[in-house]
Design a protein around this ligand. Structure first.
Ligand code: NAP
Length: 311
């Protein structure tokens, strides 16, 4: 397995990274303990899964704190490339997004404290706010980049128009957005700009929250409170349709002696825009398994077949 350089940056990583919203993520996944989160991270270290994606809001704060604890205990900060994000602000009226330059610079400082590090490799504006000019928000991160406090700048959940505004001075390196075989809008909205400006795209929800791993059947049920019970892809006719599509990947996976989940991750990595993926995991075994996707190579006809099954 070879490391790649994330386009637009000097960050070298293995192409299968780790999404850590389940690490300390009791807000989203009440049944996952802090200790389970530590175990995921230790497993990721042991299989050299070295690109970790976190955010202020995972936990909130707890994902970053647990990552900081594990890296400090294992003296492993330099073994991983850390990406974090900020924009959520808790106010008396509820949660709002804030991209004000002062807010973002303070957020980076606080993230570094929780992560127990004096630099963050990639820092994203997690969501756009309504007020701040996007080039000013990115300009605040550029100041930190010039001081060596962050190494690359990202934006997430930005429209194409907001991305162009954010990149007015050419400072945006990486874009993160919702993208997977079932949700492909970014191909039309964001990819043209990303290609033209030599940026890298990091897809979130690469497994469509587990649907694209091929493990669900029409009989699968989810526990009360599971986030998937409210997701459109998991409802009624759409759910049946999605399962039928995923089922068609099984023969290709079997012929290649890999799992459906590996095939799906490998397909993303054939896209010019995508250098690295960040599947989430709720067990250490899933982390170990996902790393195997880096060894799956798809030929041109397989790439086209998978593409057309989900068009
Ligand atoms: P995901 O990657 O689409 O799905 C992850 C889920 O798939 C796991 O929690 C697990 O769920 C299942 N899974 C993973 N590997 C598996 C395997 N090998 N075999 C079988 N099942 C497997 O969704 P996600 O974790 O929510 O998203 C990925 C990352 O994207 C997050 O961790 C976060 O870092 C990032 N993200 C960013 C944003 C943003 O606004 N920028 C938004 C959302 C997510 P079960 O075991 O429960 O089935």
């Amino acid at each position: 397995m070879k490391k790649i350089t994330i386009k637009g940056t000097e960050l070298d990583v293995f192409p299968i990274g780790l999404g850590t919203n389940a690490v300390g993520g009791q807000k989203y996944y009440p049944n996952i303990t802090d200790e389970a989160g530590r175990e995921f991270l230790r497993k990721a270290l042991s299989v050299e899964m070295d690109f970790w994606d976190t955010a202020f809001t995972y936990g909130p704060k707890r994902s970053e704190e647990i990552i900081g604890e594990v890296l400090a205990a294992d003296k492993a900060r330099h073994n991983v490339v850390l990406a974090s994000k900020a924009a959520h602000q808790f106010t008396e009226d509820g949660t709002v997004y804030n991209n004000h330059p002062d807010f973002l610079q303070e957020a980076v400082k606080e993230s570094m404290e929780r992560l127990q590090t004096d630099f963050i490799d990639l820092f994203y504006i997690h969501f756009p706010d309504e007020d701040t000019p996007k080039y000013e928000a990115v300009g605040a991160l550029q100041e930190l980049k010039e001081k060596g406090i962050i190494r690359a700048i990202g934006v997430s959940n930005f429209s194409a128009k907001q991305l162009a505004e954010a990149n007015q001075d050419g400072y945006v390196d990486v874009v993160q957005d919702h993208y997977n075989l079932l949700t492909r809008g970014a191909e039309e909205t964001l990819f043209p700009y990303i290609n033209e400006h030599n940026m890298s795209f990091v897809p979130y929800f690469p497994f469509a929250s587990g649907l694209l791993t091929g493990k669900y059947t029409p009989e699968t049920t989810f526990d009360e409170g599971d986030l998937r019970l409210n997701k459109p892809d998991f409802q009624g006719g759409k759910w049946q349709e999605n399962l039928a599509k995923v089922d068609k990947l099984r023969d290709i996976a079997t012929a290649k002696n890999c799992e459906v989940a590996h095939l799906v991750l490998a397909w993303y990595l054939t896209r010019n825009e995508i250098d690295v993926v960040i599947p989430g995991a709720k067990t250490a075994a899933q982390i170990e398994s996902n790393m195997k996707a880096a060894e799956v190579e798809l030929d041109e006809s397989e790439i086209i077949v998978i593409d057309s099954l989900f068009r």
